[in-house]
Design a binder for this molecule. Structure first.
Ligand SMILES: Nc1ncnc2c1ncn2[C@@H]1O[C@H](COP(=O)(O)OP(=O)(O)O)[C@@H](O)[C@H]1O
Ligand SMILES: N[C@@H](CCOP(=O)(O)O)C(=O)O
Length: 309
């Protein structure tokens, strides 16, 4: 028996929404095929990307699958074949998408009838394997599609944010996959925050969410800022500040760090001078010794799965 699922990349945080907000996009996707195998209780991971760990405890798809099977009392052996389309370590939710696609494929394979919230819950264990912390934002976006807010983690609750503005997505992404990047980035975070920064960030968060719902570009621009997490991790993306300046100068709707970086996310529309943003950003990347790719994308839908046989 086998089943297949595909899950899109995502940009988590969206400025002030650390571990809360995330957006699925069409930039890249992972495809996972789950097959039953003869050896009971065994999980085998295969992948076209030789750089990801194949130990099921260390692979995001492997650990999530292991815990799901354990909790459901399933002792079948499983092979998880991960066709990685999403480069990892760039802030594009790569580990999360593998985890989501694996959970969706296994759900299909054993007809488990998991709800979307249950899929998020199990997929979060995959993030534990890859970043040492079960952060929910990337996996929630890959499960639901669109822009989501995680409103609770225990129990998991996710809301899709209505988006009433037409915009497109530019990702400015330094080349080279970075091992253990999100784990390191989470270790850089402060354990306490100043009250005045907390208030500023809360204002950004409310502006951003209202901006998407009302379709108000100014509110989105005002909200797509962060004084806490992006600032604490600045050494991971020294190119970001200058690129954001360039994007805003050229009439982008807004810009922020994608997930834990180093990719920079730019939201733009027909009023934006995209060519100028690309030319000037390339110079900034070069100045920091980075070769950057430009990826154009749109908001993506949620995970899709199908039974193969
Ligand atoms: N299935 C997987 N896909 C991608 N990365 C994985 C997977 N399983 C484990 N990893 C590990 O997770 C880390 C990448 O995750 P992370 O740093 O969170 O970046 P990303 O933003 O791409 O998710 C790498 O160290 C990688 O080896
Ligand atoms: N909220 C998380 C998101 C990490 O996203 P990634 O795509 O960089 O793994 C964080 O900021 O740590």
């Amino acid at each position: 028996m086998s089943a297949k699922a595909e899950a899109y990349s995502s940009s988590a945080n969206l400025g002030p929404g650390f571990d809360i907000l995330s957006m699925a996009h069409t930039a890249f996707k992972d495809i996972v095929i789950a097959r039953t195998i003869e050896e009971k209780g065994k999980i085998i991971i295969k992948s076209n990307n030789p750089k990801i760990p194949l130990d099921p405890e260390k692979n995001s798809a492997g650990l999530a699958t292991k815990i799901l099977l354990q909790e459901k009392g399933i002792d079948e052996g499983i092979e998880i074949e991960i066709n990685k389309g999403i480069p990892f370590g760039l802030g594009l939710g790569s580990s999360g998408a593998s985890s989501v696609a694996a959970i969706a494929a296994v759900n299909e394979l054993f007809e488990l009838k998991l709800t979307q919230e249950e899929m998020v819950k199990y997929s979060m264990f995959g993030e534990q394997a890859s970043s040492g912390s079960p952060h929910p934002d990337n996996v929630a976006a890959s499960v639901y599609g669109g822009i989501i807010a995680v409103t609770s983690v225990s129990p998991v609750k996710v809301e899709k944010i209505p988006v009433n503005l037409d915009f497109k997505i530019l990702l400015i992404s330094p080349q080279g996959e970075r091992e253990g990047k999100t784990k390191k980035a989470r270790e850089m975070l402060p354990s306490k925050v100043d009250l005045s920064l907390y208030v500023k960030n809360s204002r950004y968060l409310s502006s951003l969410i209202l901006g998407f719902i009302k379709g108000d570009k100014e509110l989105i621009k005002q909200g797509l800022n962060d004084e806490i997490v992006e600032v604490a991790r600045e050494p991971l993306y020294p190119h970001y500040k200058k690129i954001k300046e360039i994007a805003l100068k050229n009439d982008a709707i807004g810009s922020c760090v994608s997930g834990a970086g180093p990719t920079v996310l730019v939201l733009y529309d027909d009023n934006t001078n995209l060519d100028k943003i690309k030319v000037e950003s390339l110079e900034v990347c070069k100045a920091f010794g980075l070769a950057c790719n430009f990826i154009l994308a749109q908001i993506a839908g949620g995970v899709k799965s199908e039974r193969l046989n």
